[in-house]
Design a protein. Structure first.
Length: 572
């Protein structure tokens, strides 16, 4: 056999040298891995110790809300549990396959399925940010219109059923209606009465002092995604409560309207302790819905002094800048947990899958994708994962206020600019030590802008309530904001963008102009800028001032090309 081998392989001296060389190469690789692992772990431990001494926490468990008694837990009441019981049991364990027999009793809809009855395309739902009231007449016409009796064949099974001998149409309207038209508000309330029983049960559940959803965060990383069905249901429920509150105001049922607004506030607070950024972004959407009936009641002078005092009391505890810090810290630990998860799940099968698999066979275990670079990454030293933990933490730290910024009142624009700079710098210098930190290149500036706008809106809402209370007492609005405190508001909030007092003045038509300088930090005299894009119904937060409108701002037209021209309207 040896005679068939190459001549050099029959020379023992050469073979021995090759073996020595191979052994030395393997030893160098071993030293490389050992050194990188030791250095990565050391640097990560040192980084954590330094920041933990300043009060930071990097373990996800420290952000998980504590358990609460079942009989005091809003999230475990039957009506709320129906939003997630298809996927989770009361202990937070995933149900696989999902229990399709569960009926989500908070799956509210303002409209019918589009194949039955298309939703009107005009902007009739109201938008307090532009001084636009909800058009209840459009809602009335929509709810009184029968469903499409000639559906397309694809949707035919949705509106007809087979009786055994023939096709029979379903009910002509899936919302209750009166035989003859009533007032728009009355018809809207009648249509939404299909949810009365569920809303009343929800209101009773909202008397409980605690809310902790049964999410088993320790079961696997990203367990908070199990909360998404409940978040979607809460948002849809909020939209129904919003419209109900508006119709009740129009129907002179101010007390009931206030109860619906308070219920919206409770729903927003029911997910405050959930350690996920998505939960807090959902809270912002819910609060924005609550501001619509509040604004309409102020615009039409329908709230009483006592009701306005209750609204101010409901608004006072909200602190969205603190909530932003909590949400960002939770998101940081989630990303660190994700890196650790990827490290634990590495294996040779993933290397071969990355190199040779042409389909997403291991998608649940190989989040890095496919290709030679990904295959090599699965063979990387563990220390590189620790180094990426450091870079991820550093990026997130730049998006949090420093001690000095907390002491002199947080300026969110400065934090956003610093976070954007950290993200950009990370992309400019990609290395094995920050390769995974690219997944943390997130919209920090957009997030903090959303939280800042929400807090600014609530601050202006509290001041607007105080102004209305002053008007009810004295017959007119004050010349300045100073007379409002302490009789009508405990303490006047400051403009969170520049730390100065909110801008206010009375106008010639016996109204007022109240605004923040907005994200650009420039006082533009109360100019509001609407988003450039047709699908965005809200203001452009980058431009203009953040105004609490006291009169309608004309809506944009709907041209056939996108983007559309920016509309600027002064509130003077």
């Amino acid at each position: 056999m040896l005679r068939y081998l190459p001549k050099w392989m029959r020379n023992w001296r050469i073979v021995r040298r090759c073996l020595y060389g191979l052994g030395g190469f393997v030893f160098l690789i071993f030293l490389f891995y050992a050194e990188e692992d030791w250095r990565g772990r050391r640097d990560w431990e040192q980084y954590k110790r330094a920041w933990e001494a300043k009060g930071e926490r990097f373990d996800f468990a420290s952000y998980v809300p504590p358990a609460v008694p079942d009989d005091q837990n809003f999230a475990l009441t039957p009506i709320v549990a129906s939003t997630y019981s298809e996927y989770l049991d009361r202990q937070g364990h995933r149900i696989d396959p999902p229990n399709t027999n569960v009926v989500n009793r908070l799956d509210f809809r303002l409209d019918s399925p589009p194949e039955w009855k298309p939703w009107p395309t005009n902007d009739f739902q109201g938008n307090w940010q532009f001084g636009m009231k909800a058009d209840l007449k459009v809602f009335q016409a929509y709810y009184r219109t029968p469903v499409n009796t000639n559906p397309t064949p694809y949707f035919m099974h949705d509106v007809r059923y087979w009786s055994g001998t023939s096709w029979v149409m379903k009910a002509t309207n899936d919302f209750p209606t009166a035989l003859q038209p009533q007032s728009p508000a009355a018809d809207v309330l009648l249509a939404l009465s299909k949810y009365d029983a569920a809303i009343e049960e929800l209101r009773q559940a909202a008397r409980l002092p605690h809310s902790r959803f049964p999410i088993n965060y320790e079961e696997r990383p990203f367990g908070q995604t199990n909360l998404f069905p409940a978040l979607s249901s809460l948002k849809r429920c909020t939209l129904v409560l919003r419209l109900r509150a508006i119709a009740e105001l129009e129907n002179a049922q101010n007390g009931r309207s206030l109860e619906d607004v308070k219920l919206i506030f409770y729903l927003a607070n029911s997910i405050r302790d959930e350690p996920s950024l998505t939960s807090h972004l959902t809270r912002l959407s819910i609060i924005n819905s609550a501001l619509q009936p509040l604004w309409e009641g102020l615009h039409d002078h329908k709230w009483s002094d006592a009701q306005l005092a209750v609204i101010q009391q409901e608004l006072s505890p909200f602190d969205f800048l603190s909530d932003y810090q909590f949400a960002i810290r939770c998101d940081r630990t989630t990303d660190i947990q994700f890196v650790e998860y990827m490290d634990r799940r590495r294996g040779l099968h993933q290397v071969f899958a990355a190199l040779f698999s042409s389909y997403d066979e291991f998608s649940n275990e190989t989040p890095l994708g496919r290709g030679t670079a990904e295959a090599l990454w699965y063979l990387a030293p563990r220390g590189w994962f620790y180094q990426n933990d450091i870079f991820i933490s550093q990026i997130f730290q730049q998006s949090l206020p420093t001690d000095a910024e907390v002491g002199r009142q947080i300026r969110p624009r400065e934090i956003a600019d610093r976070a954007d700079g950290a993200v950009s710098s990370n992309f400019e210098h990609i290395s094995p030590y920050n390769y995974l930190s690219g997944m943390s290149s997130k919209a920090f500036s957009l997030w903090i802008q959303k939280f800042a706008f929400a807090q600014s809106s609530l601050d202006m809402a509290r001041v607007a309530c105080a102004l209305e209370r002053f008007r009810l007492t004295h017959g007119e609005y004050p010349e300045t904001l100073d007379p409002l405190s302490p009789q009508f508001i405990d303490k006047l909030p400051y403009d969170i963008i520049d730390g100065q007092p909110l801008h206010y003045r009375r106008t010639d038509d016996a109204q007022f102009l109240l605004y923040s300088v907005g994200w650009n930090g420039t006082d533009e005299g109360g100019i509001t800028v609407r988003s450039e894009y047709l699908w965005d119904r809200f203001r452009d937060l980058d431009k203009g001032d953040w105004v609490w409108p006291c009169r309608p701002i004309p809506a944009q037209s709907s041209p056939n090309r996108w983007p559309i021209k920016v509309h600027r309207q002064s509130s003077q």
